[in-house]
Design a protein around this ligand. Structure first.
Ligand code: HEM
Length: 210
């Protein structure tokens, strides 16, 4: 029994280390910034930090969304065991991105936050996406899964709204240089296409879930 579990645990550990790497690199950049201003996070450190965390939020969301299709395509059921962990990592990066915005951009002013939410569509989309992720993170435990039953699957389909909202957030805030956005959209479209293909297979739709 313990022997069979080992490869799963090793894969999960490798994925956890990979998911932690951007945070560790950020810690290094911040230490550089402290010892020599602008050497770690660029000429505008607040912007550098916000953008770094925004980029990794987007990538982490797409990585978490890739788990189920990859599991099916490569027939690796043990990947499913890492899905919750990768989803929580995505939530972690988005929460840090939001915290940076609250502390360094609106300087913890709820009035400014609400004004931005109302006036800037990219902030509205970002916050809406964040609330979707909060609902998923809170209900990601086994206890909530048991309590919600079929509704758990329905609730976790909110990811199909969260990622487009994150993409809209990015499209609306960007003024030029849309290369990375095009790649994110392509990545999301391929994953969505795989899911639609699976859902159209009558048995797969019933047994394979999200
Ligand atoms: C839903 C998850 C979110 C994702 C995936 C995300 C992703 C990103 C990305 C990729 C960038 C641009 C980085 C770049 O251009 O290099 C960005 C910038 C930004 N994000 Fe987010 N974000 C999210 C949620 C939020 C939330 C909730 C807020 C605040 C309420 C927020 C505020 C900002 C701001 C202020 C910028 C910089 C805008 C500028 O440069 O003018 N984001 N975000």
């Amino acid at each position: 029994m313990t022997v069979a579990k080992k490869p799963n645990n090793r894969l999960k550990l490798v994925l956890a280390l990979l998911a932690t790497a951007p945070a560790l690199w950020l810690a290094y950049l911040i230490s550089q910034e402290i010892s020599l201003p602008t050497s770690g996070l660029g000429p505008d450190p607040a912007e550098g930090l916000l953008h770094y965390l925004g980029d990794w939020s987007m990538i982490a969301l797409l990585v978490a969304f890739s788990v189920t299709p990859l599991r099916r395509i490569f027939k690796q059921p043990m990947l499913a065991r890492s899905r919750r962990m990768l989803g929580l990592f995505a939530f972690f990066y988005v929460a840090l991105h939001l915290a940076t915005y609250i502390v360094l951009y609106v300087e913890s002013s709820w009035q400014l936050l609400v004004a931005d939410f109302v006036e800037r569509t990219y902030i509205t989309a970002g916050i809406a996406g964040f609330f979707g992720l909060v609902a998923m993170a809170v209900t990601s435990t086994k206890g909530w899964r048991r309590r919600l039953g079929q509704n758990w699957l329905r609730l976790h389909k909110v990811i199909y709204l969260v990622i487009p909202l994150a993409l809209l957030h990015l499209i609306w805030l960007r003024k030029d240089g849309f290369g990375d956005i095009a790649l994110y959209i392509l990545w999301f479209s391929i994953l969505l296409g795989e899911r639609i293909y699976q859902a159209r297979k009558p048995r797969a739709a019933l047994t394979k879930g999200l």
